[in-house]
Design a protein around this ligand. Sequence first.
Ligand SMILES: [Zn+2]
Length: 333
Amino acid sequence: MTHHDHKIVKSGYHGLWFPEYGFSLDGYHPKADFTFVSHAHADHMPRNRNCTATATGATLALMRRRGFRGHERELRFGEILETDRFMATLYPAGHILGSAMVFIETDNGSILYTGDYKTPPSPATEGFSAPNHADLLITEATFSLPIYRWKPVEQLGEEIRQFAANSLADGYTPVFLAYNLGKAQEVMHLLAPLGKEVMIHGAGFKLCDVYEEHGIELGNYRAYVREECEGKILIAPSSALGNGFASNVRKKRVAYCSGWASNESRRSQLTADKLIPLSDHLDFFELIRFCKELNPEKVLITHTPNPDVVMHYLEKEGVRSGHLELEHEDEES
Ligand SMILES: [Zn+2]
């Protein structure tokens, strides 16, 4: 029996460092020859200027817009990066534009690292595909309880368009609360068939042309201008409303777009008129199904509030799993 054990060390905020192979995932390490970045969300993006980030072209472009000043090595989906210690391939993760799962093949077995991922994929991404098998799967489990089962995105898109159209017809300005990167552009993509003018908060606006350059239709939009925003469809992060966004518009209706919107216990904390459970992560049942289909020797769960629940469901499916316990750097000899 073979054991595909690899030394995995915490690196930075969320990053993983593999000293045996000289690469890190979603975090900078000074000794790393290769730093793979799964996507351009802040909690996965290295900040160090000495870092050479290996990622898809879309991820690198989004990282630059968000302040990354290090070096870049583009790796296209499906292209193989061959080194003396491993081979690496990126697979589209369906989470946000450019998002990738990292597949590493070593003499001691293969590793699939998901980053954040979604299947079925968000329509504002390059889609989703995965290798047939990996010996070790390292997966996030953000929505790690069986209360999280998403509606099809086609249905959520219809809800989004109806909310916007009905609000406008009633003389209200619709406001969608959505993250600046990923969710905002997905909402815009789903709104595009309406043909109405959209105004997006500046922090999200500066990322939109990267989406369009990669073939994602975002419809008729421009940057938010306070004096002209009444009667337009508005998109902003949830923090913006408290900072005066559209505060000059008296009649507005607010829709909160997030996977967390499906959780009843959080509803009372929100003051939105409508909650749209549009997530850019896969739901609990897709997570379990994905792990089962990949059939790894072991699943290591990370980025999760409830590892025990996921492990319990995986055990019922005959999949061996554990919570990723990271070794500390200072224990290294
Ligand atoms: Zn993310």
